[in-house]
Structures are given as structure tokens and as C-alpha cells.
Design a protein around this ligand. Structure first.
Ligand code: NAD
Length: 275
């Protein structure tokens, strides 16, 4: 009897996000998908977003519903387009009655010396990684204020704290998101809404895999040398951070235990920025 009580208690604690709704931009792949699964595991209904083909995302959506017993919907809103971003939040509120957790995660990367950096790539990186967070927050915050609670998590990077050559747009956007995080956190500090930035080191997702050839070209080295001497050289642990570790970190930030953590730029980067 005692054992049954304690198991049911643990299950309630594990489902602490039941009846909450999480919108995660760029959640059809990599870190975003990992966070979506971690929040669904804790009981949250999920709004997926990404630009992959609809069939690919439908199978991800269906799997999340089946695996975690939550509701999940999908929007292909383009994070470069303010109207579509507003539509994503409106759709989420209409479907679930509100957005309790907003995770700004969508991202792309491009690597080049600054004097050769294509202007359209600069504009896209700043739009998707920085301006989209302004637009989602602007649209979702009124509902959080009305309900008197909310969690906003911005996916920054170790590159919000330190720089690397050839990543001018990425590093500028990530430093920008750190500033945005601190500013909004101060604006809503007394409203039971927290705003934080998670700063991963290298996680072996499609985004990182795709930049390896460009980095090799820019530095004149092989792709294996990029992994060993460029990517993991920065991380004292010599291990890639995992998607699951970032997901668990995000889930903790959504808990009541994390209510006093706000305006924080939080590294999860194997000691990279300790150097
Ligand atoms: P990924 O390439 O695996 O996933 C990127 C996601 O963004 C996909 O779901 C994609 O559909 C979506 N996306 C891209 N352009 C979009 C657009 N215009 N509109 C809507 N969605 C769009 O990348 P990832 O490695 O999982 O990166 C996710 C976030 O984590 C990014 O913000 C990235 O900067 C950050 N990050 C990644 C690492 C890493 O090592 N992978 C490290 C630090 C920070």
C-alpha cells in the first residue's frame, strides 16, 4: 500500500507539466526535438515547428502523442516571417487555451570570413536566431501576464559568452539573445514569469554536422581535424553535449524549483567558457 502511494506520487511529480502547453520553435530536429520530448514526458502538450517536409514532421508528431500520451500539433511557420510567427502563437492559444512555455530554439548556421560573408546569410541568421525570439515573446507574453505565470527559454550557445572566428552572424545573434533574455526577465520579474537562456557547447545535431565541411574549407583542414581540433578542442570534457542533457535542463527550468532562476545565461558546455 505504502509502495503504491509512493509510486503514484512519483508519477504525479514526473507529470508536473500536465495541462501546460509548450511551443518550441525549430522542434522538428536536433535540440528542439529533444526538448519537445522531455517536456512531453513531463506531461506538456506540444506545439512543434520546423521547415522540414510535412510527412516527416507528421511522423514525429504522431510518435510524441503515442509515446507520452499528450496532444501535439505542428506549425510550419517560418521564423523569418513576423506574420507567420504571430500566427504560430495565435494557433497555439486557440488550440490549447494559452502558451505556458515558450522555447525559442530555431536556428541555422553559416561559416565564412566576415569580408566574404553573404549578406542574405547574415540577414537570415539574425532573423531566425534573434528577431524571431522578439516576435514570439511579443506575441506570447500578454497571455502569460494574464494567467500570471510563464516560462521562456531561449536557446543561446556558448557563443553567447565567447566568440569563434568565421561565425560573425551566429555570435552576434547569440550575444543579442543573451541581452534580450536579461531585458525581458527584468520586465516580468514580479509576474511569476521567468526568462532564461541555455548556452550549449557542441551537440552533434544536423546543424553542427552541416557546418563541418565549411569550417574545414575556411581553415584548410580535414573534416576529422575539425571535429577533433576545432569543435571538441573547445570543450574540456572532450565530449559532445547530448540532446537529452539540454532537454532535461530545459525541463528543470520549467519546474517550480527553478522559479528563482531568471535573467540567467546558463552554460551547459563541458567547461568551455571556464577557460
Ligand atoms: P538543427 O539543424 O538540428 O535544427 C534546427 C531546427 O530549426 C529545425 O527544426 C529546423 O526546421 C528549424 N528551422 C530552421 N530554419 C527555420 C525557419 N526559418 N523557420 C522555422 N524553423 C526553422 O539544429 P540544432 O543543432 O538542434 O540547433 C537548435 C538550436 O540550438 C539553434 O538555435 C542553435 O544555434 C542552438 N545551438 C546548437 C548547438 C549545437 O552544437 N548543435 C550548440 C549551441 C546552440
Amino acid at each position: 500500500m505504502i509502495l503504491l502511494f509512493s509510486v503514484s506520487d512519483q508519477m504525479t511529480a514526473a507529470k508536473f507539466l500536465e495541462n501546460k502547453t509548450a511551443v518550441i520553435t525549430g522542434s522538428s530536429s536536433g535540440i528542439g526535438l529533444g526538448m519537445a520530448k522531455c517536456l512531453a514526458e513531463a506531461g506538456a502538450n506540444i506545439v512543434l515547428n520546423g521547415i522540414e517536409p510535412a510527412e516527416q514532421i507528421e511522423s514525429i508528431r504522431a510518435e510524441i502523442c503515442k509515446e507520452y500520451g499528450v496532444k501535439a500539433i505542428y506549425s510550419n511557420a517560418n521564423m523569418m516571417k513576423p506574420d507567420e510567427i504571430k500566427g504560430l502563437i495565435e494557433m497555439s492559444e486557440a488550440e490549447f487555451g494559452g502558451v505556458d512555455i515558450l522555447v525559442n530554439n530555431a536556428g541555422i548556421q553559416f561559416v565564412s570570413p566576415v569580408d566574404e560573408f553573404p549578406i542574405d546569410k547574415w540577414d537570415a541568421i539574425i532573423a531566425i536566431k534573434l528577431s524571431s525570439a522578439f516576435h514570439t515573446i511579443r506575441a506570447a507574453l500578454p497571455g502569460m501576464k494574464t494567467r500570471g505565470s510563464g516560462r521562456i527559454i531561449n536557446l543561446a550557445s556558448a557563443h553567447a559568452l565567447v566568440a569563434s572566428p568565421y561565425k560573425s552572424a551566429y555570435v552576434a545573434a547569440k550575444h543579442g539573445i543573451a541581452g534580450l533574455t536579461k531585458t525581458i526577465a527584468l520586465e516580468v520579474a514580479e509576474m511569476n514569469i521567468t526568462v532564461n537562456a541555455i548556452c550549449p557547447g557542441y551537440v552533434l545535431t544536423p546543424l553542427v554536422a552541416q557546418q563541418i565541411p565549411d569550417t574545414a574549407k575556411a581553415r584548410g583542414i580535414t573534416e576529422d581535424e575539425v571535429k577533433r581540433d576545432v569543435l571538441l578542442a573547445a570543450q574540456p570534457t572532450k565530449k559532445f553535449v547530448t540532446v537529452e542533457q539540454v532537454g532535461a535542463f530545459a525541463r528543470f527550468l520549467c519546474s517550480d524549483d527553478a522559479a528563482s532562476i531568471t535573467g540567467a545565461i546558463l552554460p551547459i558546455e563541458g567547461g568551455w567558457t571556464a577557460k
